[in-house]
Design a protein around this ligand. Structure first.
Ligand SMILES: Nc1nc2c(c(=O)[nH]1)N[C@H]1C(S)=C(S)[C@@H](COP(=O)(O)O)O[C@H]1N2
Ligand SMILES: [Mo]
Length: 202
């Protein structure tokens, strides 16, 4: 934690009515779901890049990432496989912080998050600028475990959880939206749980 930045700000992800989105079941467990295997990550070679349509491409090694200002976010998780987990406390670095440093060009309107092993997911830039979106390295006071995305995962509380890419390495700004891994494999491009945007129509 960066001693100069003081205590991390905590953001409440806005609650919707009803708190449990349609078709979901509340669970107290935290299931593990992903395609493929849990990557082995070496922190001595790990880095995070912010690039594409930005003025100042950014690259952080692990130490530099740890020095960035920190935020906490309190949110619920809604997975498309119908489980929801309330009251998660995430800690990490705000996407807005990273995107401000990078300076998004006016043409940069969408973001592709790239994870280890080629996994991608796509989101509008406006969503990533929300207060409750972060690159998290801690959950409920503990470092993330490898199966939940250690060292760093994206957390986008207002979308189904597949948009919250685990093992993120690169945030790419692009001009046109393009479907990511699950979005190409039958899942909805927008993924709003309150609208039940589970699967694509095509
Ligand atoms: N890199 C990567 N991130 C991923 C996935 C994946 O296959 N690869 N699956 C997504 C899906 S479908 C879900 S539901 C959540 C599950 O996160 P969890 O295992 O921490 O519950 O991770 C998302 N992030
Ligand atoms: Mo999922």
């Amino acid at each position: 934690m960066n001693p100069e930045s003081g205590p991390a700000d905590t953001f409440e992800s806005p609650r919707q009515e009803p708190r449990l989105p349609p078709g979901q079941v509340k669970t107290d467990k935290w299931p593990v779901l992903h395609y493929g295997s849990v990557p082995r990550v070496d922190l001595s070679t790990w880095d995070l890049q912010v690039d594409g349509l930005v003025e100042h491409p950014q690259r952080f090694d692990w130490e530099a990432f740890q020095q960035l200002p920190r935020v906490k976010v309190h949110s619920d998780i809604h997975c498309v496989t119908r489980w929801s987990r309330y009251d998660n406390l995430w800690e990490g670095v705000s996407l807005r912080e990273l995107l401000t440093r990078a300076g998004v060009k006016p043409e940069g309107r969408f973001v592709i998050a790239h994870a280890e092993q080629g996994f991608t997911t796509n989101l509008p830039l406006t969503e990533l600028l929300q207060d409750d979106v972060l690159l998290a390295d801690r959950h409920d006071g503990e470092p993330l475990t490898p199966d939940h995305g250690w060292p760093v995962r994206l957390v986008v509380p207002r979308r189904y959880f597949w948009k919250s890419a685990k093992w993120v390495r690169r945030i790419e700004l692009v001009g046109r939206d393009a479907p990511g891994f699950w979005e190409r494999n039958g899942y909805h491009n927008e993924a709003d749980p309150w609208r039940e945007e589970r699967f694509s129509d095509w």
